[in-house]
Write a protein that binds this ligand. Structure first.
Ligand SMILES: Cc1cc2nc3c(=O)[nH]c(=O)nc-3n(C[C@H](O)[C@H](O)[C@H](O)COP(=O)(O)O)c2cc1C
Length: 258
């Protein structure tokens, strides 16, 4: 099982990288958990900022005119079972390196494709609340289709001190790894929440109403996402009450926000 930890800090010896290493160390304490862990530093790759040409939406990401290393990272994401998205907080949000990657993956908001994969979000800050950074990442990850196992913010000093961080956050790291191992060992993609079902319905109605020549329209159609009995990307059958609540929420989202 492949775990890919994507680190959005330029500091290879910084806090975020250290937290990623501590997670790896803690996971390897469990002899029954077999995994291959890769630390991917976005800064090691050349990722250009999205220029908004929409080629990835209208055609496919392979045709993106930006010639850089994005597809290498995408291919690693595609091969991993769990992706840990780890960012330092910069001015109350994700780092620019992480945002570069988020924007380049924007096509996955139109063509969700990661519903068989797990994700975990880590955000490290000096002092302030990491909630905005976590929200930015979590909302993208949810729409891309991932099963989000959990999120964790850690308030750390600027200069990493492995011993102090370990002493202070030992329990937190154990909590993160316990969640990860429990869910991955059970091979359980939990049933989608009411919000996820509602978002699926909003997207389904939207793409259905679009022109048939659109790449997105065909993506949704060829994957069976327009089928009348389809309520989510994966073939799930939630209870009637949940479907009803999701339908109501989808109606509210459509009326108020669209
Ligand atoms: C450009 C920049 C902006 C930052 N903004 C914040 C912030 O808004 N709130 C905060 O608590 N820490 C902030 N910090 C501190 C980092 O979030 C914190 O030290 C983080 O753990 C650094 O991770 P790293 O060592 O992996 O780069 C900032 C640091 C930098 C370099």
């Amino acid at each position: 099982m492949k775990i890919l930890s994507i680190i959005g800090s330029g500091r290879k010896n910084g806090n975020t990288a250290l937290v990623s290493q501590l997670i790896e160390q803690q996971l390897s304490q469990d002899p029954t958990f077999d995994f291959d862990y890769e630390h991917l530093y976005i800064n090691d790759y050349r990722i250009l900022p999205c220029i908004g040409c929409r080629t990835c939406f209208n055609k496919i990401e392979m045709f993106c005119p930006l010639k850089d290393d994005f597809l290498q990272i995408k291919s690693k994401i595609d091969k991993a079972t769990l992706i840990i998205f780890a960012t330092p907080v910069y001015v109350n949000d994700v780092s620019a390196l992480m945002k570069l990657l988020i924007d380049r993956l924007a096509f996955a908001t139109h063509r969700p494709q990661y519903f068989a994969k797990y994700a975990f979000v880590v955000a490290t800050t000096a002092l302030s609340n990491p909630r905005n950074a976590i929200r930015s990442l979590a909302s993208a990850i949810n729409v891309w289709g991932f099963h989000l196992i959990g999120t964790q913010g850690l308030k750390l000093k600027v200069l990493p001190d492995e011993e102090k961080i370990q002493a202070k956050y030992n329990k937190t790291i154990q909590k993160i790894t316990a969640k990860i191992t429990k869910i991955i060992k059970s091979n359980r993609i939990s049933s989608p929440t009411i919000l996820k079902l509602a978002i699926f319905k909003v997207q389904q109605n939207y793409w259905k109403s679009q022109q048939k020549m659109l790449y997105e329209y065909n993506y949704w159609k060829s994957n069976g996402f327009f089928d009348s009995d389809r309520v989510y990307f994966s073939e799930v059958s939630p209870p009637k009450w949940k479907k009803g609540m999701a339908g109501l929420l989808a109606w509210i989202i459509n009326s108020v926000f669209m």
